[in-house]
Every structure is written in C-alpha cells, then in structure tokens.
Design a protein around this ligand. Structure first.
Ligand code: SF4
Ligand code: SF4
Length: 287
C-alpha cells in the first residue's frame, strides 16, 4: 500500500501528517516505510530522527562537447528548450545546471561532437528509527532536477508493507513523480481561501492521474468553511481534521510528534489509515 501525502501548497502540515502516520503505524506493529520526496527541503528526519545507514549519489547525464569536432553550427542550441547549450563564437557551450538531460542536443548534432557524462545532482539516503524504515532524497544546491532524485529514491521503495511518501508541495513535475504510481493520495490543506485554491488545483491533478484520494484538514478550527463546503460539493471525503492546538505546535517546534505527546492521536492515525484502505479498495472496485 503506497500512500502519498501531498498538498497544493507548502506549510499545510504535510510532513506533520506523514511522519505521525508512519510513527503511529509502526507503534501499532505494522511494517512501514517513510520516504521524504520533498527533496528540495526534506525535513521528515527532524521528527523521525532516523540513522542513515546508506547514502547513494544521484546522477544524471549531461552533454559534454568535443571542441575539436564541434563546428559551431548552433543546431544544439536551437533545439534546447532550456538554453542549457548555446553556440558562442564558433563552439557550443554547456550550462550543466540548466540541463534537463533530454538527450536532444546529442541527437541533432551533425558532427557527433556531443557525448553524455554523469553529473551528481543529489543523494538518496536510507535508514530508520523506532520501527520506521526511512528514506530521503536531497537535491544539491544549484541543481534543478528534483524528479530525478525522487525517481532514484523511489527505487528503494519496499514492495511489502505500507509506504508513506511525503510529496513535495505544489502540482508540478516533482509532485507527479512522487505520487504517480501510488495507491492513494491524501491531500492536506487548511481552511483558508489560499488553502482552498491550492486544494482545487491538487484535486485536478490527482483526478487527471486517476488515483483515489481524500482530504485532511489541518488547523481545522481556524479560517472559514470554504474547504468543507467544497469537499461536500465535490463528494470528496475528509478523513482527518487536526485542530490548531498549542501542544501540537510546541511539539513541532521541538522536533517531536503529536503521537508521542498526545497518545490519543495514535488511534486517530490508525483510523485514518483504515479509512484510506477502505477507500482505496472501493476505488479499485469502481475502476
Ligand atoms: S540534453 Fe536536452 S536539456 Fe540538456 S542541453 Fe541537451 S537539449 Fe538541452
Ligand atoms: S550541434 Fe554539434 S557541431 Fe553544432 S554547435 Fe552544437 S555541438 Fe557544435
């Protein structure tokens, strides 16, 4: 069971929810893995505190130009959509940081002056603590290919038990990479106009992907009822509501989890998981 925890915007409590769900399931004796796919700023480790047992470099292929063979024709630069290669003063110049590793410039080069070399863009780390197997991707500073780091991290995904993927915020390529082969997506939001706007975008995304989903509302007693009315109107289940509780905020600021300081939340998270399983099975049956 692969469950992605996603959100149309950052700061809604996605990591809080993912880490607490993982910890509650592990406490309940379930086999659980947590993968932090928010590779530009992974912070699940602050709460789960894993020991990293292994670290793997993530590399991508980028072009390297043989200046003796390059004629400076500029065909590579005309093709590249990211301005990652340009012909300047009779020779091609590569800006590796901008390259998306599509291989197009190599395909169009008439003289075969371009070959692919590996460039490190980040790492994938694996380890665990307190019964939770954990993993995180970390994108190098200045690198842009988050999806490649997420893809690599997910190679370490277990094929048994429960996997919780803490997705990056938003609705762009990195999120798609994180959630695309998941069994269920839980969209975390907050009851504000911004939260509603970004929830609508996220709902559009998961519907396009055809993945069963539901909503969790964080700080549910603040803001307005727009999110609840929207979910009701769209027939989207709200599986969990977390109040704006000072004890939760204090635990968060200490790098602690609500399931540790308010143990009643363990059962709430177990129930959340059971609801997800039911909806996922129902979704499969519908499909
Ligand atoms: S591999 Fe693709 S993105 Fe990279 S420089 Fe060549 S054309 Fe541009
Ligand atoms: S297409 Fe090939 S030959 Fe032409 S500028 Fe680019 S690298 Fe040089």
């Amino acid at each position: 069971m692969k469950i992605a925890i996603a959100s149309g915007k950052g700061g809604t409590g996605k990591t809080t929810l993912s880490t607490n769900l993982a910890a509650a399931l592990a406490h309940d004796g379930r086999r659980v893995q947590y993968l932090d796919c928010d590779v530009e700023e992974p912070n699940g480790h602050i709460f789960l505190k894993p020991q990293w047992d292994s670290t793997e470099d993530v590399t991508v292929g980028v072009p390297q130009v043989d200046l003796d063979t390059c004629t400076g024709c500029g065909k590579c630069g005309q093709l590249c959509q990211y301005s990652a290669i340009v012909a300047v003063k009779g020779a091609a110049l590569v800006f590796e940081q901008l390259c998306h590793s599509c291989g197009g410039c190599m395909a169009v080069c008439p003289t075969g002056a371009i070959r692919e070399v590996e460039r490190k863009i980040g790492v994938a780390q694996y380890g665990g603590s307190n019964g939770v197997a954990a993993g995180q991707g970390v994108l190098d500073i200045g690198a842009i290919q988050s999806p490649a780091v997420i893809r690599h991290l997910k190679k370490g995904m277990r094929d048994r038990g429960i996997v919780i993927l803490d997705a990056p915020p938003g609705t762009s390529c990195p999120v798609i990479e994180a959630i695309r082969d998941c069994d269920f997506v839980l969209l975390v939001t907050e009851p504000t106009p911004f939260g509603l706007n970004d929830l609508e975008l996220a709902v559009g995304m998961v519907r396009q992907l055809g993945i069963p989903f539901a909503v969790a509302v964080n700080r549910c007693d603040m803001g307005d009822d727009g999110v609840v009315r929207y979910c009701r109107g769209e027939n989207i289940p709200i599986l969990l509501e977390i109040p704006n509780d000072r004890r939760i905020a204090e635990a968060y600021s200490r790098g602690d989890m609500m399931v540790n300081v308010m143990t009643a939340y363990r059962q709430k998270f177990i129930r959340l998981f059971e609801s997800i399983v039911s909806l996922q099975i129902a979704g499969k049956e519908t499909a």
